[in-house]
Design a binder for this molecule. Structure first.
Ligand code: HEM
Length: 582
């Protein structure tokens, strides 16, 4: 329908109407006819004018605003699979007021490799998590550098993680990882008097135990017992997420009011600054007096790292970065610790397999340090499998910075947002080898990667995308992998873990704001109680009693026997009763 044709039709219709309604002035008739016809033309065009073929196909929905939100939340894997079968590997969905182009299969790998000038992860993240804005309106005492003048490549935190947390450097922090884990096991897992098992609240436990490690590694050893700082770090990410939901739901001014008034992250930042600035000031004063010292925590390193415009960080600026470190590291790490624990919660067979590997390793090399644990092949394969299956159904939002044509010929228009289904890519037999045991990719095989040297839990590639791939792939993954594996080993050494769901099956993962999250269901932690364990316990206890009577070491972590589960259990009891006495 050409414009000339529409124009002449309008004039003809106006003429006809003018003849019929002679009493009305001509301009009124022409104007109202134009409006009337325009409306119909619009209706015709909007209903019949199909989107160009190379744009992603749109998945239809019926409920306004919510769109596919509810269906997707109910069973995200099934929803993606159904859409993929019907509309192909790339399709557009609508969820809670937002359009999102979902990318599945091999195209996911291409999107990761496309480069920031086409698909930008940080810009996509900002849409869902406007962290800098939330921080600015919650805490205006120190401004966060952001925007085009602050290139991501100059981000001091990214620089520090890249240069200080490579796999061979983790040993430097391992005593702190061990110390913080020990404190977490004693403080965050509590038993009621007389109870022989305990229910662990997943969401609180993961964040806190990981924040304990982060406090020591990133702020400094002096913070091992600093509960206010540990809590501020543990809850920072969750507070940002809650405020982000408000920002995404309400118009800006109302959202800012609610955020400032009820969801401010200012409290967390206040604690971080109050606790950490004096430590950094102290380092700076010492360095001003005696010259530069070798840093042994991230705050000290930050003092030596130039800021975006190359000026030296002040102690306040250095401490202000700690919240970003918490955001990037604590939340992600605790999510995947949680998912891995759920994977173990209905699989006592895997728990025993891992314990066997731990016992054999202990027999060979002695104490299980984070470095030793990180070399255990079955634990690493289990963790990689957990990352593979627990990855994002639709996450990794990227903003399309300029029109981008995918391998399949589909065009992503500039300004749109894509979400990558890493879960789908990890299930794709074209990208993922099934492994030596032949267990289907849809099932959990803890030994899928054992004996496959290039398939370590940190080896990113088309078959492991959870840490991204290419230039921006996560530089913190070596640290995260060691941390999670050491925490898992410490937990299953002490407890048998089971799910508390009605059917005893692992709690399903959830689709959260920007990623997949572990189910909120609790875990049951039970110290081992089988007969051999009790016998061994009795033997250990007698040894310990004898040694303490004879004035020998009273600490129970001396390896009296090979079966360290008993030693650890006694060690725990000893510490708990000591803490209660104190
Ligand atoms: C299981 C835990 C973790 C997961 C799943 C994870 C995942 C990711 C992903 C997907 C990216 C973006 C990749 C991309 O843009 O393509 C990323 C970036 C990043 N991660 Fe992690 N991460 C984890 C833990 C950590 C930890 C513990 C740290 C710090 C100690 C960290 C620091 C960073 C940094 C600095 C970046 C930005 C890299 C850049 O833009 O060049 N991450 N991470």
């Amino acid at each position: 329908m050409s414009l000339r044709y529409i124009n002449s039709s309008l004039q003809q219709l106006a003429g006809e109407l003018q003849k019929s309604y002679k009493q009305l002035p001509a301009p009124v008739v022409t104007a109202s006819t134009t409006l009337f016809v325009s409306y119909f033309v619009y209706k015709i065009f909007s209903s019949t004018n199909k989107r160009p073929k190379n744009l992603p196909p749109v998945v239809p929905y019926t409920v306004p605003f919510i769109g596919h939100g509810l269906t997707m939340n109910r069973d995200p894997a099934k929803f993606i699979q159904r859409c993929k079968e019907k509309y192909g590997p790339v399709f557009e969905i609508y969820s809670y007021g937002q359009k999102l182009t979902v990318i599945t299969g091999k195209e996911v790998v291409d999107c990761f490799r496309m480069g920031d000038e086409y698909l930008d992860f940080q810009e996509g993240l900002k849409e869902m998590l406007p962290t800098a804005h939330i921080v600015t309106i919650s805490y205006d005492k120190l401004k966060q550098p952001e925007g085009p003048d602050f290139p991501w490549s100059k981000h001091p935190f990214v620089h520090l993680v890249r240069n200080n947390l490579k796999s061979h450097q983790i040993g430097f922090f391992q005593n702190r990882i061990m110390d913080a884990t020990e404190r977490g096991m004693n403080k965050d897992i509590t038993f009621l008097p007389g109870e022989n098992s305990t229910t662990v609240d997943a969401s609180v436990f993961f964040q806190t135990v990981v924040a304990r490690i982060s406090a020591q590694v990133f702020a400094g050893e002096a913070y091992a017992d600093n509960e206010p700082l540990i809590q501020a770090l543990a809850t920072f990410a969750l507070s940002v997420f809650k405020a982000s939901v408000v920002q995404a739901t309400f118009p800006r001014t109302i959202a800012d009011f609610i955020t400032r008034r009820y969801m401010s992250v200012g409290k967390n930042i206040d604690v971080i600054m109050r606790e950490v600035v004096p430590h950094v000031v102290d380092i700076k004063q010492k360095e001003d007096q005696f010259g530069e010292m070798e840093p042994n925590d991230f705050m000290h390193m930050m003092l030596h790292t130039p800021a975006a415009d190359d000026h030296a960080h002040t102690p306040e600026e250095a401490a202000f970065w700690l919240k970003d470190i918490a955001l990037a590291s604590i939340h992600t790490t605790s999510i995947y610790l949680g998912i891995a624990l759920h994977d173990l919660s209905d699989r006592p067979d895997i728990q025993n397999l891992l314990r066997k590997e731990m016992d054999e390793t202990r027999e060979r090399v002695g104490t299980l340090t984070p470095e030793v644990v990180s070399q255990m092949p079955i634990l690493d394969s289990f963790f990689r499998e957990s990352l593979r299956i627990g990855s994002d159904y639709v996450g990794f939002r990227h903003k399309v910075m300029k029109e981008t044509v995918l391998q399949s010929g589909i065009t992503l228009p500039e300004g749109s947002t894509i979400g990558l289904s890493v879960f789908d890519a990890h299930m794709d037999p074209e990208l993922q080898e099934i492994g030596p045991n032949g267990i289907p990719l849809s099932e959990f095989d803890p030994c899928r990667f054992v004996g496959r040297k290039s398939k370590k839990s940190t080896a990113v590639g088309p078959d492991l995308l959870i840490f991204g791939v290419g230039y921006h792939s996560c530089p913190g993954r070596y640290f995260a992998s060691v941390e999670i594996k050491y925490l898992l080993a410490s937990i299953i050494d002490r407890y048998d873990i089971s799910a508390t769901t009605k059917d005893g099956k692992r709690a399903p993962n959830r689709l959260a704001l920007v990623s997949t999250s572990p189910g909120r269901e609790t875990f049951e932690f039970v110290p081992p109680s089988d007969v051999s364990f009790l016998l061994c316990l009795f033997r250990e206890w007698s040894w310990w009693y004898l040694h303490s009577m004879l004035g020998s070491p009273s600490e129970l972590n001396t390896p009296y026997s090979k079966d360290n589960r008993c030693t650890i259990y006694l060690h725990n009891l000893f510490h708990k009763s000591k803490m209660e006495r104190d």
